[in-house]
Design a protein around this ligand. Structure first.
Ligand SMILES: C[S@@+](CC[C@H](N)C(=O)[O-])C[C@H]1O[C@@H](n2cnc3c(N)ncnc32)[C@H](O)[C@@H]1O
Length: 306
């Protein structure tokens, strides 16, 4: 049976989110730190954290075992190239490893115009060789350069992973506290119908300009998240936080109570642990993931209204 192998971002600050997103998108199993094997192919370019992969050709507990397996399978390719993903990244010797693996594959090497690109994952836990999908462009990464900045903007990878973990095909994605528009922008880029709201007209206007700048569409309204009545496939939102955007307990509870009437799937990122409040308001927390950056700890909740 054909298997697929992918590797994901192993940055310590976002590793839990990276793992959760990779497992969700591939429906596979983690076989080593940063490596997933699955039964189905995954459109990994939609992912925030999966960095590459494709059809699994062979694996082994070490390089010699992998090469033996390649020879047993009589693997051949025309004009191929091997790129390596050493885990950890600074691991030495992958150049020799590439040559050893290339020697076990029949066919000519072409580093400039390869017809086939193989990805060699080398880690202390094993080696995997997969045939890489087309080299990714990942145009979405340019969405990081929004022309109108915002001090409390959510990193785009977190926004993308949260959407991937929450929305399913055909959903509309609504961020009722959209600030500079990171979540609706990312949702629109992923092909969802995007909605955004913000109590502040200047912030909503920043969203409007940022989304238009990249040529995307979103239904944006100035409204209070405690009162909005726009029903949606899911809510993905980044609650106000910090000195400049404080949120009172009353407003938070008001939002949580209001969101329940709009959708069944609510994913929230916040800088406080709001587990108890979510449960008290009738949410089931399916995943609670922490992500750190400098002194900021983000709590990411993937919930379901019960
Ligand atoms: C943390 S920021 C969102 C940042 C956004 N994710 C981004 O990447 O730019 C929170 C936003 O919530 C808005 N906000 C605060 N209270 C609100 C309320 N009651 N209803 C709607 N929006 C509110 C603020 O104006 C602010 O733009």
């Amino acid at each position: 049976m054909t298997k697929f192998c992918y590797f994901y971002d192993r940055n310590g600050d976002t590793i839990e989110l990276s793992k959760a997103e990779a497992l969700h998108l591939t429906q596979g199993e983690i076989v080593a730190h940063g490596v997933i094997v699955s039964d189905t192919a995954c459109d990994w370019q939609r992912s925030a954290f999966i960095r590459g992969g494709g059809k699994l050709i062979a694996s082994g507990k070490n390089l010699d075992a992998l090469c033996e397996r390649l020879e047993e399978l009589n693997v051949s390719a025309n004009n191929f190239k091997i790129v390596s993903e050493p885990i950890p990244r600074l691991r030495k010797g992958d150049h020799h490893a590439i040559i050893q693996v290339a020697d076990s594959i029949k066919g000519p090497v072409d580093l400039k115009n390869p017809e086939t690109v193989f990805v060699l994952i080398i880690s202390g836990e094993g080696c995997w060789l997969s045939e890489s999908d087309e080299e990714a462009e990942q145009a979405w990464k340019t969405l990081k350069y929004k022309p109108f900045a915002f001090c409390n903007a959510l990193p785009i990878k977190i926004a993308r992973a949260m959407i991937n973990l929450t929305a399913t095909h055909g959903d509309s994605v609504f961020d009722p506290c959209c600030g500079s528009g990171t979540i609706p922008l990312m949702a629109a880029e992923l092909g969802f119908s995007a909605m955004g709201g913000d109590k502040s007209w200047p912030n909503l206007n920043i969203s409007r300009k940022n989304i238009a700048h990249f040529g995307f569409d979103a239904e944006l309204l100035q409204e209070d998240a405690t009162e909005t009545n726009r029903a949606t496939g899911c809510i993905v939102t980044n609650l106000p936080y910090g000195l400049y955007l404080p949120i009172s307990e009353e407003v938070l509870i008001g939002m949580l109570n209001n969101f329940k009437g709009l959708t069944k799937k609510v994913s929230i990122v916040t800088t406080d642990d709001i587990s108890e409040k979510l449960t008290d308001c009738g949410y089931q927390i399916n995943q609670h993931i922490l992500s750190k950056s400098n002194n900021l700890v983000r709590h990411i909740y993937l919930t379901e209204v019960i």
